[in-house]
Design a protein around this ligand. Sequence first.
Ligand SMILES: [Zn+2]
Ligand SMILES: [Zn+2]
Length: 141
Amino acid sequence: MSLNNVINCPRCGKIFIKIRQPVCPECVKEIDKEYDKCYQFLRKKENRGCTTYELSKGTGVSVNQITRFILEGRLSIENAPNMGYPCESCGTMIRSGKVCDSCLNQRKKAIQSLQGEARRDMEQRDRERKGHLYRSGHDEQ
Ligand SMILES: [Zn+2]
Ligand SMILES: [Zn+2]
């Protein structure tokens, strides 16, 4: 056992030995209970059309935790058309991926412009190197 495995539980702050779960055994149990509440809530026909916020209100489980259940694949939103979870970046409700379409596009654009910058940088360096070689060639004569 290494000391690296002894961490503070990110949920309750207690020190525990991390084996598989990212939180302490007590929190694992708590989270299981919360999952069960969500599951039971969603099973009821009258709750099929609920939103994530309604589920949170109805069960007392935080939207963050519900989001985690959905992202972990524990909670399926296939049959709950109004359920979603907030985009990691802007908080818009989404049903797949980690960010909404507009944030995804923004990220793509940002990556493209970064790549463009990197390429221009490289070309600039290339020109400078060639210029330098040219000059030093002249110096030798
Ligand atoms: Zn804990
Ligand atoms: Zn977004």
